[in-house]
Design a protein around this ligand. Structure first.
Ligand code: 3EB
Length: 369
């Protein structure tokens, strides 16, 4: 899988020798190439090679489940997410930029940025007296404040990870409490926030901190919804007092390519969960939802895909280890199964959901070829 890495080298290379770790007040190098982001899955055993040649271009290294000891590298952000990897070999997720990367920390937010985009991570260790909606609201308020002040005003993609997502806390499920706090923060930030919502994922970990990861840009992305599903921000209140604040996908266009961030997607049609207890059918339904989003994007742009199928990467969150092989078998038979896929163990925000799939696609439209 790491062969993709050399394939996508931009030519900016590390010759610029821009050190990581500059502070925000330093001038940014002017020779950066506005060629967007590359998401890579790299075998842990090849990580040191990648770091040697690409260190100054790495925004974030995300280690699912730990055990790959990526802790001591000091390049870009290193983020440990407590979602054990189900597939082999061990993989780390790398967000790479064509432009050189600088790092900073603003309050509790760790940051890695170029002159176009920032990757951020806010982690809060919960203590027993904490109320999750307050924690979520305050985390989102801090992120909005940073984005506004830094000029990276447009959220493009968010990930929310926290333990015991389906557990009851004083009469309300923790996921629903999270949604309340996030909703409060978004509505204070912008009273018409539906139009600026980023694609997101929310997944329950085994333990560890409450984490919000985000990607934001100086230029806006465009949110997309799924014609097969009611917008999550319009879910009825049977799913919680405040609806989940995210878009089904965000399309982010730079001068040379389009990137589509598809939110965590599950076996939901309309607003109802489909195929309870059946991981194979849930996988197929989820893939139909992803297909519908990709087709909607294509249709709205009134363009066809290029001659090649779009290049994508998928991450699959599976609730029960015992369903992993079933899910993988269905996925590998599907057209989207040809992409690099990372499988991790995690809990979905509805108890009946057995899996969730997110993805990023680099889109080349015919008119750009
Ligand atoms: C769904 O479609 C499944 O609360 O941020 C997927 C992606 C889901 C993101 C979130 C929830 C979230 O409603 C759950």
């Amino acid at each position: 899988m790491d062969s993709q890495f050399s394939h996508k080298k931009s030519g900016v290379g590390s010759a610029l020798g821009v050190p990581v770790g500059w502070d925000m007040s330093s001038p940014l190098p002017s020779s950066s190439c506005p060629d967007g982001l590359t998401l890579l899955y790299v075998q842990s055993s090849n990580l040191s090679h990648v770091l040697e040649s690409e260190a100054s271009h790495i925004l974030a290294i995300i280690d699912h489940g730990g055990g790959h000891s990526v802790g001591a590298m000091g390049k870009g952000l290193t983020i440990a997410v407590n979602l054990p990897q189900l597939s082999q070999p061990p993989i780390v997720e790398i967000w790479r930029s064509a432009a050189p990367v600088l790092c900073d920390q603003v309050q509790d937010i760790r940051l890695a940025f170029t002159d176009e985009a920032v990757f951020g991570c806010l982690e809060v260790q919960e203590s027993s007296g904490d109320v999750l909606e307050d924690l979520a609201r305050s985390a989102y308020e801090k992120i909005f404040e940073y984005c506004t002040q830094s000029g990276f005003s447009h959220l493009l993609r968010m990930w929310n990870y926290f333990p015991s997502i389906n557990a009851d806390q004083s009469g309300l499920e923790r996921y629903r409490r999270f949604c309340v706090g996030r909703h409060q923060a978004f509505s204070t930030y912008n009273n018409k926030f539906a139009s600026i919502l980023p694609a997101a994922s929310a997944v329950g970990t085994q333990n560890g901190p409450f984490q919000v990861l985000f990607l934001a840009g100086k230029q806006p992305g465009k949110p997309f919804e799924n014609p097969r599903q009611i917008s999550a921000y319009e879910y009825p209140s049977i799913y919680g007092p405040k609806s989940p604040s995210f878009a089904r996908a965000t399309l982010y266009s730079t001068s040379t390519r389009c990137q589509l961030f598809v939110a965590g997607t599950a076996s939901i049609v309309g607003h109802a969960t489909r195929h309870q207890g059946d991981p194979a059918k849930q996988t197929l339904e989820t893939l139909s939802n992803i297909d519908a989003v990709l087709n909607r994007v294509c249709h709205e742009r009134q363009e066809a895909w290029g001659t090649k199928p779009p290049e994508g990467l998928l991450k699959v969150f599976v609730r029960h280890q015992k369903d992993f092989l079933t899910v993988r078998e269905v996925l590998e038979d599907h057209k989207y199964g040809k992409s690099p896929i990372l499988y991790v163990l995690g809990e979905m925000c509805r108890k009946e959901l057995l899996l969730e799939i997110e993805g990023m696609w680099s889109l080349v439209f015919l008119s750009n070829e």
